[in-house]
Design a protein around this ligand. Sequence first.
Ligand code: SIN
Ligand code: CO
Length: 380
Amino acid sequence: MYQLSFSLNQFLTQYWQKQPTIIKGGFTDFQDPITPEELAGLTMEEEIDSRFVSNLNGEWTAEHGPFNDAKFDGLNDSHWSFIVQAANHWHSGVAELVEPFKALPNWLFDDLMISYSVQHGGVGPHIDQYDVFIIQGMGKRHWRVGAKDIGQYTDNHSVNGLKQIESFSAIIDDVLEPGDILYIPPGFPHDGYALEPSMSYSAGFRSPKEQELISNFADYILAHDIGDVHMHNPALATQDGFGEISDSDLNTLTNMLIKSLDNKSTIDDFMGCLLSQSRHQLNIIPAEPTWDMDEIANHLHSGLRFEKVAGLRSLYHQNSENTVYINGEVFQIPVNQTKLTRALCNQELLYIEQLENALDSQAVNLIQDLVNKGYWYAKE
Ligand code: SIN
Ligand code: CO
């Protein structure tokens, strides 16, 4: 079990989206949840997003996975790194490392990325738009972090798909050892090089941009056939200027636009659907054969459990616990079953003791649906 050695709440007050910092011994006696060999194995899977970055003789190259065994044969013993995105979706030990960060909202959490680097390996100086906690596992890595980007850094996009910047002067310059954590808010340039074979675990947090909210909302209202109306003005009169947009027409059209954004239940559902979609592929395998309701009820009543697919987002709005948003879909929870909401959204495991009154058929039906979709799966 992974436990932070410091108060996350105090940390947030002092540093979150304010300044980068190193927390020495953020985890005491840190044990890597995965070996470099297992991580290399993940880079060979089609559905898993991985990269290989090399900087031998100052020449940067980056390649996307999947890779095969041959990739790892005959590599130099320095100047390369490989990276696996959302490793928590594919490895249960790695998923454990997310647990201590669950005091932060699920919708804000993006993924746990892992990099394995040999000496001098890294991805070069760059700026991210994410809040990230970089946890040092095995080995040591030298990190430099610069002052926040206010346009003073020169982009150097030409580096083989790596969005690097030229160079920066450091406000943090230190060596991370196992269990140390480097927190970097968005916009602070950083650069980390391994001093010896090293594992880094990056817990990344990301909120949608304003432009993503607007473009996704447009998609949502089209998909739900909302606002399929033209402006209605039976009082139209002639005007002098053919090319003029009158103030009154402008107002009416502007109000139509504002009104479309002013429906609380539409916005609530839209946000729930948007925020419950992971940005990374999930290991969802629909049940085969499917479960019937008796089988679901028997499984739970005999004390067995269902486990949520790692990284699946299951969310509810505060004060509205009868609607649950899972992986972009809306589900209704029976009125007397809000314990089910909390079990689905706040826990990884689903078992009988969490559920209020005896399971009613609506609740069993919902669980059946979720299990048959492969969102939860039987855990003995
Ligand atoms: C890495 O672990 O190599 C990259 C992490 C980062 O700088 O975002
Ligand atoms: Co970065």
